[in-house]
Write a protein that binds this ligand. Structure first.
Ligand code: FAD
Length: 489
């Protein structure tokens, strides 16, 4: 039985472990932390439970696929529901919108409350669908780094339709052409942040992202996002995968022949042999720490990183009926907010605030009469800013803004608090500069500039996870695992 070692138990690493176990490999996963999941983790304190990282679950079919591959029923492992309400949007001028799974209803609400029309929304979502149809097989489900990918009939068809993916204007420019109302432009510009990018620089191809949410839907696992990890770890273990926690890999080893080949890994200075190694680490640290003596693709590693996040986990001693599971409180000047993040590497004094409250659906996530608030703003990746100062300022601005928009003093309800910032994201998950999604997608070539899922220099070395092709976010990290497994055929 050939042996495969996976370094890192992020969602991409676990999915790769499952796929390789199904293929007949003896699989071991080495994880630096004492728990699985990487960025997809949870924290508990003072009777509150929080999903610490991702809070939005889209494309659950990619998770289900793993159970089906193993001839198991996903619902024996975890349950999730489709959300009728996707997100509540709040603007400083008093406008409130609720994005619903029923897109006609959402379009009607937009037409009732703004100068945009139902037709604008329908045309936008149709375009979003077109971009998905043209791109998903080419950019998301296959490697871009082998000729054979371009020889499929569906890829060739997509190549002829490339003009339709809107790669040559920015997302903001495209959305201004779609919507008369600037607030609706802002609403759809927000999707650039789903992969840590800037809508004023990123290509309008990113308008594919709303298709995931409005066509396939937004979902919530019944026991919270971390139950995805627990379910997949259980499935992997059922398939014989062995997880080695608190084992930080120090080196990837390979033969020194003319054509190097993987020989294993080093942990605690001990060599552990393996036929295949898959790194689920951020590609930057894979080269800089684990392949120190191997020439790194410096140009690729120097690309601009995606944005990071500042998160306050607040145990709230009250109910807030105005808020739902997902809530966005928009900045008054969105462009200024992104200029602060991307040009000044700073935090805007008026940031867009995301509040996620799982206790709205999962009552046991907070004590009686309380709510668990995950309050997040986008911030630049860590370039050595004085985070302690920035966090203090941001906290004040956030409390003031939420209190103003909800017309309630929220500070008095904060019972307990933890924070996560770019420094701690890097420390806890091994993400270079604390960026959430690897490299940014701020230019139209970004999709082609991500690291491939295999090494062209070291035989039997592969890469999965959000910092390599096809990109960041749970769905794409899961697809990276699929591509790795297919490339081993
Ligand atoms: P990672 O999660 O990056 O895990 C890598 C693992 O490698 C870690 O467990 C780490 O401990 C381990 N490791 C590192 N170094 C070593 C070593 N030397 N030896 C052994 N192990 C090592 N995505 C969404 O789809 N929806 C969201 O709503 C969303 N929101 C997010 C919010 C936040 C705050 C964050 C941080 C991320 C969010 N994302 C979201 C992005 C998503 O979490 C990631 O894209 C995805 O989880 C990355 O998975 P991965 O496979 O790349 O592994």
């Amino acid at each position: 039985m050939p042996k495969a070692i996976i370094i890192g138990s992020g969602i991409g690493g676990i999915a790769t472990a499952i796929r390789l176990a199904v293929k007949g490999y003896q699989v071991e996963v080495y994880e630096a932390n004492a728990y699985a999941g990487g960025k997809l983790s949870e924290i508990e304190f003072n009777g509150f439970r929080f999903d610490a990282g991702p809070s939005l679950f889209t494309m659950p079919q990619y998770v289900d696929e793993l159970f089906k591959l193993a001839n198991k029923n996903p619902s024996d492992y975890f349950q999730y529901e489709k959300l009728p309400e996707i997100c509540r949007y709040f603007y400083e001028d008093g406008l409130r919108l609720t994005a619903t799974a029923d897109t006609n209803k959402f379009a009607r609400e937009i037409a009732d409350k703004t100068i945009s029309t139902e037709k604008e929304v329908t045309q936008f979502l149709t375009k979003s669908n077109t971009i998905y149809q043209v791109t998903h097989r080419v950019f998301l489900e296959r490697t871009l780094h082998k000729i054979k990918s371009y020889l499929h009939w569906d890829t060739l068809k997509s190549v002829f339709r490339f003009g339709q993916i809107d790669a040559f204007r920015t997302q903001n420019r495209a959305n201004q052409a779609f919507f008369k109302d600037a607030r609706i432009v802002q609403l759809f510009n927000r999707y650039a942040t789903y992969n840590g990018s800037n809508p004023y620089q990123a290509p309008a191809t990113l308008n594919v992202i709303p298709h995931f949410e409005y066509h396939f839907g937004a979902f919530l696992p019944q026991a919270g996002m971390y139950s995805i990890v627990k379910a997949l770890v259980k499935l992997a273990e059922d398939l014989g995968v062995r997880f080695r926690y608190s084992q930080r890999v120090e080196e990837i080893t390979y033969t020194t022949a003319a054509k190097p080949k993987i020989s294993g890994i080093k942990v605690n200075d001990k060599l552990i042999p393996s036929d295949v190694v898959v790194s689920n680490l951020d590609i930057w640290f894979t080269y800089k720490n684990l392949l120190k003596h191997f020439p790194a693709p410096e140009k690729l590693l120097k690309q601009e990183r995606s944005s990071s996040a500042l998160i306050f986990y607040w145990g709230m001693d009250n109910y807030y009926n105005d808020l739902g599971l997902h809530n966005i409180l928009f900045a008054s000047d969105y462009k200024k907010e992104f200029d602060a993040i991307w040009q000044e590497k700073n935090i805007s004094p008026d940031p867009t605030i995301y509040i996620n409250i799982t206790s709205k659906h999962i009552r046991k996530d907070a004590p009686n009469d309380c709510e668990n608030w995950f309050v997040m703003i986008n911030v630049p990746a860590n370039n050595g800013q004085d985070w302690d100062v920035l966090i203090k300022e941001a906290r004040g601005n956030i409390i003031e803004k939420i209190s103003r928009i909800l017309n309630r003093n929220i500070e008095k309800d904060i019972l307990c608090e933890r924070t996560l910032d770019p420094r701690t994201i890097e420390y806890k998950t091994g993400s270079y500069q604390g960026s959430l999604y690897g490299n940014s997608s701020n230019n139209q070539f970004a999709a082609f500039l991500r690291h491939p899922n295999f090494s062209t220099k070291i035989k039997n070395l592969y890469f999965c996870g959000g910092s390599v092709h096809p990109g960041g976010g749970i769905p794409l990290a899961l697809l990276s695992a699929k591509i790795v497994a297919e490339e081993m055929d």
